[in-house]
Design a protein around this ligand. Sequence first.
Ligand code: GTP
Ligand code: MG
Length: 202
Amino acid sequence: MATPSPLARHPAEFVGSFPDPAHRLEPALPEFAFIGRSNVGKSSLLNALTGRRALARVSSTPGKTQLLNVYRLEPCYLIDLPGYGWARAAKGEREGYRRLLERVLQTRDSLSGVVWLLDIRHPPSKDDQAFHALLVASGRPVLAVLTKADKLNQTGRAKALADRTIELGLEADQLQVVSSETGLGIADLGTAILAAAQEIPA
Ligand code: GTP
Ligand code: MG
């Protein structure tokens, strides 16, 4: 069994769902937004990180609910944003969702960092690339998390990590390979988030 995430030692609770990207959280604590395409494994990752089986709600209608779902862990907030899937959504919906992400990234002063989830098996999609552009424009610190690593063997994983690192144009220390299924990389990701939370004054 993999080492549990250090975040699992902290009390965790669901704070609420907020439609306003500028909604202020009290008390002020460092905030980390979890973003990625629909079905990439965000809810599973939040549950694995916090060591709670069912803390994060699994959205029944991806792309429909444009809310910030907020979880509080003693030292920080984790914000689960709706999964993007712009290619499949209606035009108006796509625009609304893009605006939500833009406002979160550009105007949310309390946001300390972005945890960007990508499926380790696939090169970044058009939606991922569009999000990447928003991310770069915002200048926010980012940690890219490559999910579902258990779906590849060790050789496949190493090759995929090398490929994704080049495609994403990130430094090696900005990528973390994880599996919510086996626990691979979960403790390291928890440690990175905790370290960032403790470094940043709220
Ligand atoms: P939306 O909320 O709809 O955007 O999805 P999500 O990104 O929250 O993904 P979710 O955690 O609901 O997982 C989607 C599917 O992928 C589920 O069937 C999970 O069981 C599966 N899954 C998530 N993480 C992993 C993983 O690490 N390994 C494997 N094998 N499957 C995973
Ligand atoms: Mg989800």
